[in-house]
Design a protein around this ligand. Structure first.
Ligand SMILES: Cc1ncc(COP(=O)(O)O)c(C=O)c1O
Length: 389
């Protein structure tokens, strides 16, 4: 197994993670490590995994490693028995190399290169999604025994990231495409969808399940019975303290009811949570490297920015709550990254106490879509070191 690009502080002592516990953890790490660093907490990975299994036991989780492919995260979920959603042969090799079983992997990218399809065949990763006919021709030529799930376009209403613009077949074309897959000798085995990332709107899931059930019925009547529904990811997490409109357990209960209302108990359900599993584990710790007064406010320049671990502000449309270790009166301030690019601005209206060079600014719930999409050295600034605790 390759060396892990992370350091284990301690797995042994139980760690408390209220805000005092988080600040103690940050201070302890500051004594040993230079910022910026992203602390990934195993306890939170396990907590989220268990919450998911408890609230939605019908849906077998396949962690979407795109959210954060750090080997320690993958290993943690392998130990829990999770499956994995991979988007490329490289991701597939990563999870296999860490010990995941091929039958616990779904290749959930509807557009795959021929090389990656061949790699899936060689790695015996049999389950994959598609949403168009040309993909079926490629799969049937290079991996004729593959089992395919048709990804359909579903409502992404009020989700932060829309994932049904670039992906998904129209539901009315679903059965003809399933029939096509069958006629090409492939094994059409089910339906998949994604309601969009950070979906606080449970109706998206409920409607998508209704559409899926309709396609299941058509397929059954057409002589090609389906067996799997992949309800994708999208499960939301709070990014701000006191965010009140997120209740995962309540959403899960409604999804559960819909599953039982619409589907036979023999149908298998899988899910592809990314953010929900990895997000809460991450705390990004940065320091002020410079400050200036301009445009009537203090501008604080941090040693991590949009090109590094705040990349989620661009690619994930994410907003973060910036916190400091200082107490006292708060002022409307600007926060920016370290690069020479003015786009590298993190906030123009952060409410924070006055800060000085070397002061800490940290963000919680930033384990997903952060380090995963960081650029390795724009302007010479590296992404945060990862500390797995
Ligand atoms: C196919 C697929 N599955 C799962 C995910 C994970 O989504 P989330 O992080 O919203 O759970 C994504 C995210 O882009 C995706 O594209």
């Amino acid at each position: 197994m390759p060396a892990l690009p992370s350091e284990v502080l301690s797995d042994k002592k139980p760690l408390r993670f209220d805000s005092k516990g988080i600040e103690n953890l940050i201070r302890a790490a500051l004594r040993k490590h230079r910022t910026p660093y992203l602390i990934l907490r195993k306890s939170q990975l396990l907590k989220q995994y268990r919450r998911f299994r408890k609230a939605l036991p019908e849906a077998l989780p396949f962690y979407a490693i795109k959210a954060n492919p750090h080997p320690r995260i993958i290993q943690t979920f392998i130990q829990q028995g999770s499956g994995f959603d991979v988007a490329s042969a490289a991701e597939m090799r990563l999870v296999l190399g860490l010990g995941a079983k091929p039958e616990k992997i779904i290749f959930a990218n509807t557009i795959k290169s021929v090389e990656d399809i061949i790699a899936a065949r060689k790695c015996r990763v049999n389950l994959m999604t598609f949403d168009n006919e040309p993909e079926l021709y490629k799969i049937s030529e290079h991996y004729p025994s593959a089992q395919v799930l048709l990804r359909i376009k579903v409502d992404n209403h009020r989700s932060v990231v829309n994932l049904s613009l670039k992906f998904g077949a129209d539901a009315e074309n679903a059965f003809p495409m399933i029939r096509k897959a069958h006629s090409l000798g492939l094994k059409p085995i089910g339906i998949s969808f994604h309601v969009g990332s950070q979906s606080k709107n449970v109706d998206n899931y409920l409607q998508a399940l209704t559409l899926s059930a309709r396609i299941f019925k058509q397929s059954r009547e057409g002589g090609i019975p389906l067996k799997i529904v992949d309800i994708g990811g999208g499960f939301p997490i709070p990014h701000f303290d006191g965010e009140v409109d997120i209740n995962f357990e309540r959403m899960a209960t409604e999804i559960q009811k819909q599953i039982h209302r619409l589907f036979d108990s023999k149908i298998t359900f899988i899910a592809e949570p990314g953010r929900f599993f990895a997000g809460p584990a991450g705390i990004l710790v940065t320091q002020v490297i410079g400050r200036a007064f301009r445009n009537n406010k203090n501008y604080y320049y941090l040693n991590d920015g949009v090109y590094q671990d705040f990349s989620g502000m661009v690619f994930d449309h994410c907003k973060y709550e910036f916190k400091t270790l200082r107490r006292g009166q708060k002022f409307l301030s600007a926060l920016a990254g370290p690069t020479c690019d003015s786009f590298d601005t993190l906030s123009l209206d952060a409410e924070i106490p006055e800060l000085y060079v070397n002061d800490v600014v940290y963000v919680k719930n930033i384990g997903a879509y952060s380090s995963a999409s960081a650029v390795s050295g724009f302007n010479g600034f590296p992404p945060a070191k990862i500390i797995f605790v």
